[in-house]
Write a protein that binds this ligand. Structure first.
Ligand SMILES: [Zn+2]
Length: 136
């Protein structure tokens, strides 16, 4: 029965109407997102990153960020991402399994956030202010 339904759905999606329901291929996508409460680690990295960037920050700046995890974050070319920052709404999405507590990814997304997206990848500030985890 399941196979019959799958075939029927495939046939149904061959219609032009279904083509519009397929997500645009140029979007970064993620799955199973969940709003999270940031930990003391996230706050510590926020303060350290802001200090490195030379930006004055307040509790309100920190509280304005909404923190999310997702099971999988994928770019349009199918590259898997460890994290993502979005300006509007202002949020940081980290990989639930790999990067939620990873200082390098957290600080990277915070550089985007604290500079309001004005610092591009490749800018020396990313090298300077991304917190690198030393091997044990
Ligand atoms: Zn980035």
């Amino acid at each position: 029965m399941t196979r019959v339904l799958a075939v029927l759905l495939l046939l149904a999606c061959a219609q032009p109407l279904c083509a519009q329901a397929v997500p645009a291929a140029n979007l970064t996508r993620w799955w199973e997102e969940e709003l999270m409460q940031p930990t003391d680690l996230h706050r510590f990295i926020f303060d350290a990153t802001a200090e490195c960037l030379g930006v004055e920050v307040t509790d309100a700046d920190y509280d304005a960020i909404s923190w999310w995890v997702a099971d999988f974050i994928q770019m349009p070319d199918y590259t898997r991402l460890g994290g993502l920052w979005t300006k509007n709404p202002r949020r940081i999405i980290l990989d639930r399994w790999r990067t939620w507590t990873h200082p390098e990814y957290i600080s990277h997304e915070l550089i985007h956030d604290i500079t309001n997206g004005s610092v591009e990848h490749g800018d020396p500030l990313f090298d300077k202010c991304t917190i690198t985890v030393l091997a044990p």
